[in-house]
Each structure stands twice: as structure tokens, then as C-alpha cells.
Design a protein. Sequence first.
Length: 150
Amino acid sequence: MRVLAEMELGRDRRRAGLCALAGLACLAMAILVLVPASAPAQKNEAAAQVADSDAPSTVNDPATLKAGKKVFAVHCSRCHGLTALGSLGTSGAGPNLRDAEWLHGSSYQDILRIVNEGVSGKTMNSWKRTLGTERVEQVVAYVYSIRFTD
């Protein structure tokens, strides 16, 4: 009888842990939906120095940025963190996407290439097949809009 009671207690604890995890996931998604996804109004001096004439107009489109933020939360936050701070954020393997230190280029075309092709020898895989063209462009617009905001 005692063994059954201990098994039920263990099962209840696992359920409670899963419920807590589900609650955190819901909270994270609610934050992503409620926080505006528009391009930040202020960027530091490094952003001003990186003019990008190849960026499409969608980098300033609120609907594209909102969709890109959702794609980021689902697919990119595992490594880059929900706030895109990388190892400084809540997750950790990917680099900070908000600072001025970009190893593989920070232009729109650079970010598009990285998301589409991945980075050889790194944990950044190609997302072209997984996301498709539209979602790649949305997440690239979002990442482009938040760079240099750290």
C-alpha cells in the first residue's frame, strides 16, 4: 500500500511540474503577444553607422514584425533566449542578437543568409526548409529590427 501511495505522489509531482512548465510557456507567449513588436525608436551609434539600403520595407511593417517575433519565440528562443540576449538571456547557446557584435554580418542580407543557410561549424542550422520563405523573411525582419538595441 505504501508503495502505491509513493507512486501516486511521484505522479502528482510530475503533473505539477508539467503544469508549471505549461504555465510558464503560456506566460511567455502572452508577453510576446502583448509587448509591441515595432522597431525600437532608439538605436545606439553603431546602428546609425550600419546603413542597409538592401533591407526591404517590411523591416518597418508592424504586422511583419509581430509575426517575426512569434516565429522567433517558437524557433529561435531556445538558443538566443526570449529576449534575444543569447547566453545572457534565459536560454543560452546562441549569441546576443541585440548588441553591436555580429560575427557574420548584421545587414539584412547577412541575417537572411545566416537564417537560410546556417553557419558551418556552429549550432546555427539552416531554417529555410523548416520555416519557408515567408516566415524566414518575417523572423529576419524582426531580428534586423532589434539589433543594436542592447
